[in-house]
Design a binder for this molecule. Structure first.
Ligand code: GMT
Length: 384
């Protein structure tokens, strides 16, 4: 198939999933056209069957807010026409879904180009529920020819909050098990923990929903019992406050803020535990990537996290904000080698059996065929 993929090309989970999906589909012989305002990270140039089309936004002085959505819709239309795309697949509803709808309508006199919207998380839980975006988010989701959500949680939340009646197909996040794999030995950890301290890791965009300050509190708690060092991977608004908190709690020397990293698969296997203390997490891609590397996650009882982590088997789940309980779980894991080994093995097994590319990508392929083939899958028989 010839598929146009639109996503945020930055370090967010939705962009990563969209990019990895495109790469996997290209590997399986599909022609993939990324349409976005910048080259997605993790997308190396020169990969067969991968194309990139930049959206240029004219910045005329009259525009206080340059209309990206319109430029995107125009570019989607052009690319769909020039390359005879079969399908548009947009990741993160706002504003990609409405841009796809506009493109579809512009293309309509020539032919039908269906579009699928994949709901990832904050597009539903945070941004989409904002009064200024709610009506158009609901409308664009309902007008999609197919809708996927990355967890049962996001499906239910979309139905409850947006009252969307169309079918929402749950297709979970996935991980490439060749790229994300355990390290034979964690010798590379010495780079960060020369005295042989245990290594904790956190990976996110440092937005408030991630509760990154909790990571610092957890580290401070752990260090009362066990020598440990924390790798903070990523960047965002809460990085400064986290750096300040680390100094305040006297653990500044035991935290490395590494900023945005293109190859988290090289860092994750070095760690003993992943911290994901999020307020809300529609799924928790960072935890899945860690699990594939044999690194047990400590997550929170929030959103779709319990769909990924089985408490006490392949990781631990504690209540949001309960940093003492999360620190206690880290200590439990780090002070019992057998438990750590068992959980690390179970974490990898979960990634292998439930969330591998082999398990998930064919679900997208089948859904594409369904949406392109017959009646639009996401559209109720009574509408349109
Ligand atoms: O806030 C983020 O983590 C970024 C966000 C995004 O949409 O870019 O991530 C969401 O999508 C990921 C991939 O599908 C999910 O694994 C994350 O759980 C989800 N984040 C949140 O719900 C906060």
């Amino acid at each position: 198939m010839k598929v146009g993929i639109t996503c945020y090309p930055t370090y967010g989970g939705s962009g990563i999933v969209a990019t990895e999906l495109g790469l996997e589909l290209a590997n399986r012989g599909h022609d993939i056209h990324f349409i976005s305002y910048a080259h997605p990270i993790r997308l190396d140039p020169g990969i067969p069957r991968i194309h990139y089309h930049e959206v240029e936004v004219s910045n005329y002085p009259l525009f206080h807010y340059p209309p990206y959505c319109l430029a995107l819709a125009s570019r989607m239309t052009e690319v769909a026409q020039s390359y005879s795309l079969d399908l548009l697949h947009v990741h993160y509803a706002i504003p990609h879904s409405i841009a796809a709808l506009l493109a579809q309508q512009m293309l309509a006199p020539e032919r039908r180009v269906p579009f699928i919207t994949t709901l990832h998380g904050t597009d539903i839980t945070l941004v989409g529920v904002d009064r200024s975006y709610f009506p158009i988010t609901k409308f664009s989701i309902e007008q999609s020819n197919g809708i996927t959500g990355i967890s049962e949680f996001i499906r239910k939340r979309t139905e409850e909050v947006f009252r969307v009646r169309n079918e929402i197909r749950v297709i979970n996040n996935f991980v490439n098990l060749e790229t994300y794999k355990p390290a034979a030995e964690k010798t590379g950890a010495r780079r960060f923990a020369p005295a042989g301290e245990k290594l904790l890791i956190h990976v996110s965009n440092f937005r408030p929903v991630k509760r990154v300050l909790d990571c610092i509190h957890i580290l401070a708690g752990v260090r009362k019992k066990i020598p440990a060092h924390l790798l903070m991977v990523g960047d965002g608004p809460d990085r400064g406050p986290a750096e300040y908190m680390a100094r305040e709690l006297g653990v500044g020397e035991s935290v490395s803020f590494l900023g945005k990293q293109d190859h988290v698969e090289r860092l994750l296997p070095l760690a003993h535990v992943l911290l994901m203390p999020s307020e809300l997490e529609a799924f928790g891609l960072a935890a899945l990537e860690a699990m594939a590397c044999g690194v047990p996650p400590i997550g929170t009882n929030a959103g779709g996290v319990p769909e990924l982590i089985t408490h006490g088997v392949d990781g631990f789940i504690e209540e949001v904000g309960d940093v003492a309980a999360q620190a206690a779980r880290v200590i439990e894991l780090l002070s019992d080698d057998k438990l750590h080994q068992r959980m690390a093995g179970a974490a990898r097994k979960t990634a292998e059996t439930r969330f591998s590319t082999e398990a998930i990508i064919p679900q997208y392929e089948r859904y594409y065929e369904q949406v392109c083939g017959g009646r639009a899958a996401g559209t109720p028989a009574t509408s349109r």
